[in-house]
Design a protein around this ligand. Sequence first.
Ligand code: GSH
Length: 202
Amino acid sequence: MRLYEAPSPNARRVHIFMAEKGIDCQRVPVDIRGGENRKADYLGKNPSGRVPVLELDDGTFLAESVAICRYLDWLSPEPRLFGEPGIEAATIEMWSRRSELNFMASVAAAFRNITGFFKDRETCVKEWGEVSAQTAADFVGMFDEQLAKSPYLAGDRFSIADITFVVAWDFAKRVKVVPLPDAPNIARWHAVIAARPSYTAE
Ligand SMILES: N[C@@H](CCC(=O)N[C@@H](CS)C(=O)NCC(=O)O)C(=O)O
């Protein structure tokens, strides 16, 4: 297997997931700043022109970080980061989708539209970035309240939902475009997640 990647939140999701599973593979750096991911060769691997992409040994290309993680979960089922079928998997899916759709996507839209980081390839609307930043900030309370009740986002066990949220949270802190409110329960949870060896996986 080969992972096409660039230093980025979505590649980091796969890095953490792989480290949790004890999986590694060849890495292929993609120059996303230079737009290599928007050229025909890369678009042949992933028509959405984003990283990461996992190339399987039979030449199949798998894009979308959560789809890649699902494949790796099938390859190496323990620990089950998508949960046992039934209520556990459904609860993890619920918090994964909230982490991705309510928080990570808004953080990304804030970053991209406010900073114009990818203005060579997309129209950036600063006002939309600011609305997205506020949306991300407004959802922090929902995650903080959940983490007051539960050690991990989806219950007693670390899961893909925690991976998505910690990656998005760290990115939001680093790029400083979201007015993150104080979140004591997220802070407690973050210390626990940051102590896992997978947290620093590259
Ligand atoms: N939903 C996709 C999102 C992938 C994505 O947005 N990747 C960003 C890096 S975090 C990227 O490739 N950006 C380069 C660009 O937009 O040109 C996933 O989960 O993999």
